[in-house]
Design a binder for this molecule. Sequence first.
Ligand code: ADP
Ligand code: MG
Length: 232
Amino acid sequence: MSVDNERRILLKAEGISKDYVESSVVTHVLKGVDLDIYTDEMVAVIGSSGSGKSTLLHILGTLDKPTRGNVYFNGENLFKMSGRARDYFRNHHLGFVYQFHHLLSDFTSYENVAFPLMISGEYTKAQIDERVKYLLDRVGLGHRMNHRSSELSGGERQRVAIARAIANKPMLILADEPTGNLDFRSAGEVFDLLTELRAENHCSMLVVTHDRELAKRFERTCEMSDGLIKVK
Ligand code: ADP
Ligand code: MG
């Protein structure tokens, strides 16, 4: 067995603070969050609405910058690298799933899943075709391949979004309330799918949610309150 099979820290957030300034009023949303995410694990951050979960996820995914603090991925400081290196990191090592699917509504399921693979520039057309078909079958949507996302149900859209997030074989999936907009049954199906695909791909996954029932189903949960994370 190689060293790679040992659990190690994949992403390390250290002292993350975020202040928003609006009409000279400063809001301290994050006040020094520390969080370690290990390889091949699934973690939930639970917190009430407005506690800063999305803000934290955007910072971990380099879509936003912290006011203070650092984020390391495989030991590399994400906010010290060049913008280009950060774009590469985001496109190749991260998958995002949002509460509202963020699919391109005029494009088909196939096209939505194919886009990140085309952008990465690392696959041939035949490889993309094989992977997209495999993934859409895997999420139970082989028969919806050529449907536009505007023609799909909420649960189906979220399944396409999951296939898209995992298409590039990311090392980390960041999911922001991925079941928050679904009915009970679809939410259960989407959660099961995320769990299964994460395990099959041996990637790590961080889910932020306000749903305490959902959070009970995670291997590890952390609580976010008053701008800090309490690690259990
Ligand atoms: P959550 O995802 O836990 O519901 P958010 O991270 O979306 O919380 O928001 C946390 C707090 O930060 C909220 O009070 C929100 O109003 C504030 N906030 C979020 N984004 C901005 C922004 N761009 N400018 C000002 N305040 C913001
Ligand atoms: Mg949020």
